[in-house]
Design a protein around this ligand. Structure first.
Ligand code: ATP
Length: 235
């Protein structure tokens, strides 16, 4: 579904990613974990066309999409939900969702997608006329995920969905992630909440200093000594 080969990227002269290789198969949940500053967000930015890779290849459904701009990638179904939610605070929930269907891929499916996201997050239907900025952090995260879904993704990439949320809200968001997976959407999760991410992931990659340090099934990494010590804070 998504294949990344020897990807290098960074900001100006500062290289952050030094040859990332990874594979995401159709219908999988793949987690990308690692310490602060390891390059996880930079990887998602390079995959979603916000920054341009300096070397390497990205393939989506077999097509080379390296260096393609974000709007073209969204048309092809590669969609990212950025860290920090980024709602339009003075627009209603409904309007925030509607404008996420701007691509010609998504526009014809708006009504159906709205029904689906309201089913997934009933609170958003109740709050559909409320301004985005007046929602709780957890509800704003639901809108952010819902916007990603309204874009009709093949692959949905979520950056730090649990950041700053209360534990009960994190569980709610992860329930939604499982439900989204069950609809057949392929998911890439970038997370500092390693234990949640590994519990839902089919496979995971640990990024260190801009490279893949370890990879395996979610279960293998949960059982891995080093991962338990460094990322899960367990003996
Ligand atoms: P975090 O979870 O803390 O965001 P991360 O693994 O996602 O960590 P990145 O945000 O990708 O890490 O950052 C990797 C490196 O790139 C860091 O050294 C960071 O300082 C640098 N960096 C990130 N964004 C920029 C930017 N816009 N300009 C310059 N350097 C940046």
């Amino acid at each position: 579904m998504l294949s990344v080969e020897n990807l290098h990227a960074g900001y100006g002269d500062a290289e952050v990613l030094f040859g990332i290789d990874l594979q995401v198969e159709k219908g999988e949940v793949v987690a990308i974990v690692g310490s602060n500053g390891a390059g996880k967000t930079t990887l998602l930015r390079a995959l979603s066309g916000i920054i341009q890779p300096t070397q390497g290849h990205v393939r989506l459904l077999g097509e080379d999409v390296t260096g393609m701009h974000t709007h073209n990638l969204v048309e092809k179904g590669l969609v990212m939900v950025p860290e920090g939610r980024r709602l339009f605070p003075r627009m209603s929930v409904r309007r925030n969702l509607e404008i996420a269907a701007y691509s010609s891929r998504a526009r014809p499916h708006l009504a159906e997608q709205l029904r689906e996201v309201y089913e997934l997050f009933p609170i958003l239907q109740e709050r559909s006329d409320q301004l985005g900025g007046t929602l709780s952090g957890g509800q704003q995260q639901m809108v952010a995920i819902a916007r990603g879904l309204v874009a009709t993704p093949e692959v949905l990439m979520l950056d730090e969905v649990s950041l700053g949320l209360a534990p009960v809200m994190i569980s709610r968001v992860y329930e939604a992630i499982r439900a989204i997976r069950d609809t057949g959407v392929t998911l890439v999760l970038v997370e500092q909440n390693v234990s949640q991410a590994l519990s839902v992931a089919d496979r995971a990659y640990v990024i260190q200093h801009g490279q893949v340090a370890l990879s395996g099934s979610g279960k293998e990494l949960q059982d891995n000594e080093e991962v338990r010590r460094v990322y899960l804070g367990l003996g």
